[in-house]
Design a protein around this ligand. Structure first.
Ligand code: SAM
Ligand code: SF4
Length: 345
């Protein structure tokens, strides 16, 4: 299934107005302060995760539609320096497959207004790039890992790559990222490995985040496992004590955290059964310049005309402020979310 077309592309009013206009902050129509930007560098990926890529293959965004990385970095610079967003995560597709990804990270790492620069990756290329990414200014890394069994890994991702990803995790640890989180989507097929994955994370000082399977281009309804069911399964082996929501204390976050008896923490991200819309502070920017407030909504705004051929900083600031200010944000409960390989979660 193709990704739904955006309904309001470039339809934001030219002038800033509403709640977003106050001060330097960015606020949406619901008054939510936007503090967190997720930037998807590319829709290309070296994996074909069964819950992310549609079975019939994907229609890739044409190269000419993509912003050059210098252009994308300038747009991010405006969002950070002029619109008060201090936390940025670089994602994909697989961000590390895009040529120039490290230069891009370096450019973001050098922004004075950035307080937190993070990367989400499938880990396949990380062993060779972890040190450089750390030196570029990336502080935190999330690595996706749904199984520790090579055969399952191949079946889930289409790539015989578990050993490489494990080397990537080791390299990230050696490079000094803190924290390193594992993103683990739990579904029927790997539910029996959840405890093992948790033990794996704890033994290495990693923080695991179990993620509910979101409806995607692929019909996997019979695979859905709720966070509550997963917690019940884990409780057979671990004593889990609720430790609040990630992000309590002003930082953004979507996970509910649980402390484990023997030490350590794990998190559950449950966009389906425990949506966190009220506290969501995210904005997403795709590599083609499309600005997307919410995964579950068709809303989208195009910043590309302000980034090329000339960079029009002042107009870009006004446009983004107005676009976000009129954004209604969420459409929870939708059957179908945006293509994850384009927007990066
Ligand atoms: N390629 C990178 C990776 O896999 O980490 C970054 C992009 S990927 C789209 C970001 C995250 O989205 C991954 O942790 C992946 O597991 C998750 N994801 C993709 N499709 C999903 C779905 N249908 N439901 C829940 N999580 C999903
Ligand atoms: Fe898998 Fe991430 Fe690639 Fe999607 S973008 S196929 S989740 S590795």
């Amino acid at each position: 299934m193709a990704e739904p077309e955006t309904s309001s592309l470039n339809a934001a009013p030219a002038q800033a107005g509403g709640p977003a206009a106050a001060g330097g902050e960015l606020r949406d129509a619901a008054g939510r302060r936007i503090r967190y930007l997720r930037v998807s560098l590319t829709d290309r990926c070296n994996f074909r995760c069964l819950y992310c890529m549609p079975p019939e293959g994907v229609v890739k965004l044409p190269h000419e539609a993509m912003l050059r990385l210098e252009e994308l970095a300038r747009v991010v610079g405006v969002i950070v320096e002029d619109l008060g967003v201090s936390k940025v995560r670089v994602t994909g597709g697989e961000p590390l497959v895009r040529r120039g990804a490290l230069d891009f990270l370096r450019a973001l790492g050098a922004l004075p207004g950035i307080a937190d620069l993070a990367l989400t990756t499938n880990g396949y290329l990380l062993a060779g790039l972890a040190d450089e990414a750390r030196r570029a200014g990336v502080q935190r890394v999330n690595i996706s890992l749904d199984t520790l069994r090579p055969e399952r890994f191949r079946r889930y991702t289409g790539v015989d790559g578990l050993a490489r990803v494990l080397r990537g995790i080791d390299a990230a640890t050696a490079a000094g990222f803190a924290p390193i989180k594992l993103n683990t989507v739990v579904f029927r097929d790997n539910l029996d490995e959840a405890a093992e994955l948790l033990r794996f994370a704890l033994a290495r000082g990693l923080e695991i985040r179990f993620i509910e399977l979101m409806p995607s281009q692929r019909a996997l309804d019979d695979q859905f496992v709720s966070a509550e069911e997963l917690r019940r399964a884990l409780a057979e082996e671990f004593a889990l004590t609720p430790a609040g929501a990630e992000g309590a204390g002003g930082q953004s976050g979507s996970a509910r955290l649980y402390r484990l008896d023997g030490g350590g923490v794990c998190g559950f991200i449950a966009p389906v059964t425990e949506p966190f819309c009220a506290s969501c502070d995210r904005l997403r920017l795709r590599g083609d310049g499309r600005l997307v407030p919410c995964l579950s909504s068709d809303e989208g705004f195009d910043v590309r005309p302000f980034a090329r051929p000339d960079f029009r900083r002042r107009e870009l600031i006004d446009y983004i402020r107005a676009a976000v200010g009129r954004s209604k944000g969420c459409a929870p409960g939708r059957r179908h979310i945006r293509a994850m390989y384009r927007i990066g979660g």
